[in-house]
Design a protein around this ligand. Structure first.
Ligand SMILES: Cc1cc2nc3c(=O)[nH]c(=O)nc-3n(C[C@H](O)[C@H](O)[C@H](O)COP(=O)(O)OP(=O)(O)OC[C@H]3O[C@@H](n4cnc5c(N)ncnc54)[C@H](O)[C@@H]3O)c2cc1C
Length: 1010
């Protein structure tokens, strides 16, 4: 749409006088855009600023109306009469002395609706800079597109210069005001944008006037970049990995970049997902009835209307749960709400009907009466109310008091890190099929946790686990969102199928999924750090608060992982970390790639940046100085062995050309006032293992059939991450047969029991070892036949063994040795090993709009000896981009009453193609074998996500340069994500000063920071 705006303004700039008429038929999207009258339409401000006329017609004739502030009469309302159609749009050609520009600012650059749009037209007396006509049109500043008429009229007859600019800005600041409670929020930002965009127009016009020979002040070269129109650069990417050792057999695919086994099927749409399972003959559909209140007692539920609606078979409520209604990781949730709701989206009941649409319509017709109770929504509210789940965790080592005493400097700071929606492409889905006898139930589920699904369903149905079979073929993404929260849906669907003795299916719509299932925990971190003049950190006292929502779920383990990562990759001799789990009335937050680690490390990088800033030295020097060394102890007393942080760091430093970039950036920033570049290099050290020791186990099962084909299964689930591909590679190497002979059909509870969820990045390690043991067992059984017939084929040996009555089916089991950390004694190994990585990112920010460009990122990642570099680099790139969404783009907005306002891709922005750094280089660290996991490999699923913090801190680096222009130095708080709004607001300047924020507490904001 931006391009359209741009080309339209080209037309308007034509020097031929007259007009240009778009008519018969009026181009479709254009007519619709005008008629839908969106206040954030891109085109309507352009049409208004250009003084377009519209020809309208009904059966009685036609009329022409001016597209000015009389045209839009209210929110999504125009002066067009009900029977009229828009026949044509008359766009006047611009005059030689008229200049028109259009602007659009949105949360994401590509495919996004705007926050503020603007179009401006200035006409001058020929040969002069005296303003004859000015039209300033804005979208996003009122319920309709508006003209800043007062400002425009004040400026007429004035010369286009600094005085006019001053007057225009103070006038716009008065005229373009928003109520502090306005829908959409971002009040200060939107107001500032009206001024900033005018300033861009001001500079653009100055440039154009000069080109026409009019005597106007020259704009300095340092302002030139403020008038540049954005054009995407051609992207490039480099992937570097080590070749397999010379002499490795061609048949041995371990270490080779083998394509994901389902890649073709997924790309063509042939891959079968849960909802692709064909309909059963007598199948029914289910829709959930959810709470609209964050905290309330349910006074009454009236389903009488719903039950009479077409296609409805029944409604279900808590009384219909035959077994236990208590569910969740800690059994602190209900399958269906019983008397009370504790979040918006709390599942109260369900409607089962012939079709999904009928079920959904009926679910909306169920009437609830509530007695509302005061909700706790934000972390700050939870702190004020001391609303915490127990226990409160502490990790402490060294002597904190002595550390602070020794320090040359002590600073304090804080940071909030927003939550994140999983946004898997496939939403939660379950198909439950009763088997008709003995309470047996078969479920096809999109879940990372087959065993948890089985046990939660069995408990709700009141049957033993051996009656419930859960199948997972593949998921369309999980990211932690289907680790514990997928059971919310599968349990209800199973209860319905059990009650009706018919197959029941439910796949959530995107808005339902976003509303109900929770996401990454928002975190608030508060810190005090002591450091020496050299930059060496000597003491750290940090507290973390995670917004857990209305149940405990996995929040304790997530908080613990945040604490385990509180020092990121830095050696801090005296440290205390405390963690609080906030009980709030939000849908329970849950696992999300990184599992609290990214939040923990993000706060560490905040104090690291503060330390560097307060010492006036480069953040990278301070980071390098404090990096862990081999053999050092973490705050939880784990010795670091096989550390590769320094290698990753030095390699990243040279590969990224850090020094040259830094010099070039310094020069760029000296030469440009309104765009600034920033650079940051950030390390990560990610502990690998489930911190709940018992979960570090896995099983596998393999059958060899008489034709030599192998059916393999293991406890892990495939969610696009390539686990099954890697497991086939492992089996292929151990059995010595090509991958084509091995097949993994699905994961199921009746083949491998008691499987841990596919999580914690450890699935290749755990299941890989189990597959290895399984295959070694089979190989041993085949050994006599190989010895007997060394020239024979695999098929010959298998046949010989079969006829010799050898068991060609085996299972294997693996548990990670030597694990078991205790918070009580601060001892025992928390992690099996660590995955390390370093990233260096360069960005450019537009100080006037807050938009930013990701110019380049270089990542060096230690994944040990990669099992499959293609998949591992895919994980590095994907994890990095998901982190980039977390730290720069994705914002969940909640109302002060705890209602999620962002429930789909229209309002919630995950990264688009254009957000990928223009130059992206990923190298896997060479010669870095890991003796703790399968074939010397390392875990890769979660660790790279945090490396996107390099983009966040590069943005902060650029903001520091912008603030310096206004004479502001020293540490400042920048919360995550570094959205356009936050970047702009942090770049304090003459325009932001004209738009001060409303006093907190004097108004009810549209959304709150949870
Ligand atoms: C995914 C998505 C992204 C979008 N992004 C943007 C964006 O970035 N910027 C932006 O400005 N907009 C955006 N839009 C809105 C989009 O521009 C408008 O929806 C589009 O212009 C509508 O055009 P249409 O022809 O499809 O209208 P329709 O949907 O066909 O019509 C819309 C309404 O206008 C009426 N109408 C259409 N033509 C006439 C006519 N000639 N006379 C009388 N009534 C008429 C129709 O009856 C209907 O009520 C987006 C929409 C979507 C779905």
């Amino acid at each position: 749409m931006f391009e359209e705006v741009h080309s339209m303004t080209h037309k308007l700039r034509s020097e031929v006088s007259g007009s240009y008429t778009l008519a018969t038929p009026i181009p479709k999207a254009l007519g619709g855009n005008i008629m839908t009258a969106s206040p954030i339409s891109d085109l309507n401000p352009v049409f208004m600023a250009a003084g377009c006329k519209l020809t309208l017609m009904d059966k009685d004739g036609s009329r022409v109306v001016q597209m000015d502030d009389g045209f839009f009469v209210g929110y999504r309302k125009t002066a067009v009469r009900p029977q009229e159609v828009l026949l044509s749009v008359n766009i006047p050609y611009s005059k030689r002395t008229q200049f028109v520009s259009a602007f659009k600012q949105s949360p994401r650059r590509e495919d996004d609706i705007s926050i503020v749009t603007a179009a401006m037209s200035a006409t001058f007396a020929p040969g002069t800079d005296i303003l004859e006509d000015l039209r300033l049109s804005y979208g996003g500043m009122a319920p309709t597109t508006v003209l800043a008429k007062r400002t425009a009229s004040r400026l007429l007859g004035r010369p286009w210069g600094e005085e006019l600019l001053e007057e225009a800005c103070s006038s716009l600041a008065e005229e373009m005001i928003l109520d502090p409670s306005v829908p959409g929020g971002m009040v200060t930002y939107r107001q500032t944008l009206t001024l900033s965009l005018f300033y861009k127009f001001y500079l653009t016009v100055l440039k154009k006037l000069r080109l026409q020979g009019v005597s106007v002040p020259e704009i300095g070269p340092e302002c030139a970049s403020a008038t540049e129109v954005y054009h995407p650069q051609t992207a490039s990417s480099v992937q570097i990995y080590q070749a397999v050792p010379e002499g490795q057999s061609q048949d041995d695919v371990v270490g080779r970049p083998m394509m994901h086994l389902s890649a073709m099927k997924q790309a063509t749409g042939e891959a079968v997902y849960c909802d692709d399972v064909p309909l059963y003959e007598n199948e029914l559909h289910l829709a959930l009835i959810t709470s609209t209140k964050a905290h309330a007692r349910i006074l009454s539920v009236d389903a009488s209307v719903a039950e009479r609606m077409p296609g409805v078979v029944c409604c279900l409520f808590a009384d219909d749960v035959p077994g236990s209604n208590a569910t969740g990781v800690r059994q602190d949730q209900s399958v269906l709400a019983d008397g009370k709701v504790t979040c918006v989206g709390h599942i109260i009941g369900a409607v089962v009907a012939d079709t999904q649409l009928q079920a959904q319509r009926a679910a909306k017709a169920v009437k609830m009466q509530y007695e509302e109770l005061p909700p706790v929504v934000t972390i700050q509210e939870a702190i004020a109310a001391q609303s915490f789940y127990q226990p409160i965790r502490t990790i402490q080592s060294g002597d904190l008091e002595a550390g602070f005493k020794e320090a040359d400097h002590i600073i304090e700071g804080e940071m909030h890190i927003g939550g994140q929606e999983h946004f898997y492409l496939e939403t939660n889905v379950t198909l439950a099929v009763p088997r008709g006898e003995d309470g047996e139930m078969e479920l096809f589920v999109s879940t990372q946790a087959t065993t948890d699904t089985q046990s939660q369903v069995a408990r709700a149905l009141g049957v033993p686990s051996n009656r419930v079979v859960v199948h997972v073929k593949r998921m369309g993404g999980g990211f932690g969102g289907k680790e514990s929260r997928s059971t919310l849906l599968s349990t209800v669907v199973a209860v319905a199928a059990n009650k009706l003795n018919r197959p029941v299916r439910c796949m959530l719509d995107r808005d339902e999924d976003m509303l109900i299932t929770g996401g990454r925990h928002p975190f608030y971190g508060k810190y005090k750090v002591g450091f020496m003049n050299s930059g060496k950190i000597v003491a750290l006292d940090v507290s973390y608060y995670g917004n857990a929502g209305n149940s405990m779920d996995l929040s304790l383990a997530i908080l613990e992982r945040a604490l385990f990562h509180m020092e990121n990759s830095y050696s801090v001799p005296n440290v205390r970390g405390r963690g609080f789990i906030c009980r709030t009335n939000l849908p329970s937050n849950t696992a999300f790639r990184g599992f609290g680690g990214p939040q923990g490390m993000m706060v560490a990088e905040s104090w690291m940046t503060d330390v560097a800033q307060s010492l006036g030295c480069s953040a990278e020097e301070v980071r390098r100085l404090n990096l862990y060394a081999e053999g050092e102890l973490t705050p939880y007393n784990q010795i670091l062995h096989g550390l590769t942080l320094d290698r990753c760091w030095d390699e990243c430093l040279s590969q990224s050309g850090y020094q040259q970039r830094r010099a070039a950036i310094d020069l760029y920033n000296r030469q440009n006032r309104w765009t600034k570049r920033g650079l940051a290099m950030v390390p990560t050290k990610f502990g690998i293992s489930f911190t709940a020791t018992f979960l570090n186990q896995a099983g596998a099962l393999a059958h060899i059939y008489t034709d030599g084909s192998v059916l393999l299964t293991h406890g892990g689930t495939e969610m696009g991450q390539g686990l099954h591909t890697k497991m086939v590679q492992v089996a292929s190497r151990v059995l010595g047969i090509p991958c084509s002979k091995i097949h993994i059909s699905e994961t199921s509870t009746n083949t491998v029991p008691n499987a841990s969820p596919t999580a914690a990045s450890a699935s290749s390690d755990l299941n890989g070892a189990a597959v290895q043991i399984t295959c070694e067992t089979l190989l041993k059984r085949l050994e006599p036949y190989k010895t007997k017939n060394p020239k024979g084929s695999w098929e010959d040996w298998v046949k010989a063994a079969y006829f010799d009555r050898v068991n060609l089916s085996a299972n294997g089991f693996y548990k990670t040795p030597d694990l078991g950390y205790s918070f009580d004694t601060n001892s025992g190994r928390a992690f099996n090993y660590y995955s390390y990585g370093v990233a260096c990112s360069e960005v450019e920010i537009d100080c006037l709009t807050g938009a930013h460009k990701n110019l380049s990122t270089t990542i060096v990642m230690d994944v040990g000896h990669s099992l499959n570099p293609a998949i591992d680099i895919g994980q590095v790139e994907g994890g990095f981009m998901q982190g980039l969404g977390l730290f720069t783009l994705e914002e969940l907005h909640y109302s002060p009453q705890g209602v999620l306002l962002t429930r789909g891709p229209g309002s919630y922005k995950i990264p688009a193609f254009g957000d990928i750094p223009t130059q992206l280089t990923v190298s896997l660290l060479r010669d870095a074998p890991n003796d703790k996991a399968i074939f010397a490999s390392k875990a890769v699923g979660e660790p790279p996500l945090f490396l996107a913090a390099s983009v966040f801190y590069a943005i902060k680096d650029a903001i520091i340069a912008a603030r310096a222009e206004s004479g502001i130095t020293g540490p400042f708080r920048l919360d995550s994500p570094a959205s356009a709004e936050r970047i702009r607001n942090a770049c304090s300047d003459r325009f932001t000063k004209l738009c001060p924020p409303a006093e907190p507490g004097t108004f009810r904001p549209w959304s709150v920071q949870v």
